[in-house]
Design a protein around this ligand. Structure first.
Ligand code: F6P
Length: 360
């Protein structure tokens, strides 16, 4: 009987439980024993690894679409443990302990559900996983993982952010004012762009596209309404200004006489019942991960490419994106996917008269 471990690392998002549910059921049908590692790699560093046996009863279907993760007991995860180890100068001991405790579990395979930081770190510390098959499943609301068209959690985050904006529209209209909504997403504008289009935003500012404040002001002043949404990704910057991007833009609009307020949906974007699209992606990726184990693959990530689920080498993933230094872990370069100039949604938004910056 194969022994399979599941670990979720990095920030949470809706959809993690759907992946875990599908792995439990698909794995058990194959006759495998499934173990959940609690609290990411932190669950592996104590004297006794924090591991539980997962069975069909562990996660009933009605809890499999709830946000969060049954494998997370607290606010700790993969990178946090590594960060603390780096900060306390105990990086080498930390990785040694991880490998020792992981080997002690005698797993045949580990499914790591993580974001681009976790993937880059897993590749950098790949020796930890050399005694088993490592299969990764991409999850993040940021959609910044290269080589996959979708990540688990993105669709739900778009839905959460869109509903947040929808709720603001009536008060915006009642008070003849604009809402500058700041989305999450780090250095990738995918979430802001997608939810911005879905929210009928008048302007969408993302880190990938330079913008001109005067043109933004002109665009808002010439709008057919005196209210609406201006979506601002948390990754944008404005020369000579510091602080939260939405506040910067809000001040500029106020200075130009445009009535506005800011709104910060924050971690609500990582919450909410998992959308059907994310649940379906979770089922397909879980199935592909189990297949990859049967096919003796290792150091691979499941990926959605042109509608098909496939696997790609983690080495290719980490060498494909735009490199960015991790601020907390020295020597770690994270590989980022970003929105390209010819992104069809970006082009459509531009064609629909949404101000998306200086694209030409
Ligand atoms: O990577 C996911 C994400 O939600 C980003 O969009 C955001 O910048 C960050 O995590 C927030 O992290 P924390 O939960 O530590 O505040």
């Amino acid at each position: 009987m194969k022994k399979l471990g599941i670990m979720t690392t990095g920030g949470d998002c809706s959809g993690l439980n759907s992946v875990i549910y599908n792995i439990i059921h698909g794995g058990m049908r194959r006759g495998w024993a499934i173990y959940g590692i609690l609290d990411g790699t932190d669950g592996l560093i104590g004297a006794t690894p924090n591991v539980v046996r997962l069975t069909a009863d562990t996660l009933p279907p009605e809890s499999a679409f709830v946000a969060g993760s049954i494998l997370r007991n607290g606010n700790v995860g993969h990178t946090n443990g590594f960060e603390r180890a780096v900060q306390s100068g105990k990086y080498a001991q930390f990785t040694k302990m991880l490998k020792k405790n992981l080997s002690g579990l005698k797993l045949d395979a580990l499914i790591l559900i993580g974001g681009n930081g976790s993937l880059s770190l897993a590749w950098k510390t790949r020796d930890i996983y050399s005694d088993l098959q490592l299969i990764c499943i991409p999850k993040t609301i940021d959609m910044d993982i290269p080589l996959t068209d979708k990540t688990i959690g993105f669709d739900t985050a778009v839905s959460q952010l869109t509903h947040f904006c929808d709720d603001l529209m009536l008060t915006a209209r009642s008070h003849h004012r604009w809402f500058v909504v700041q989305s999450m997403g780090r250095n990738c504008g995918a979430l802001a762009l997608t939810a911005g289009v879905a929210s009928m935003a008048r302007a969408i500012l993302i880190p990938e596209i330079k913008f001109d404040v005067d043109k933004l002001v002109k665009h808002i002043k010439s709008a057919p309404t005196d209210y609406g949404i201006i979506m601002v990704s948390e990754g944008i910057s404005l020369r000579g200004h510091s602080g939260r991007p939405a506040d910067m833009i809000s001040r500029k609009l106020s200075a130009a006489g445009i009535a506005n307020r800011t709104a910060f949906p924050e971690h609500i974007q990582r919450a909410g019942d998992t959308t059907p699209n994310d649940r379906i992606l979770a089922a397909r990726m879980a199935d592909a991960a189990l297949d990859a184990i049967e096919n003796n693959e290792t150091y691979v990530m499941t990926a959605l490419q042109n509608g098909e689920i496939t696997t790609v080498g983690i080495d290719t993933v980490v060498s494909s994106g735009h490199p960015e230094r991790d601020p907390n872990i020295s020597d770690l370069t994270i590989s980022n996917a970003t929105v390209s100039d010819d992104d069809p949604l970006l082009v459509a938004a531009d064609n629909m008269g949404i101000y998306i910056g200086e694209t030409k």
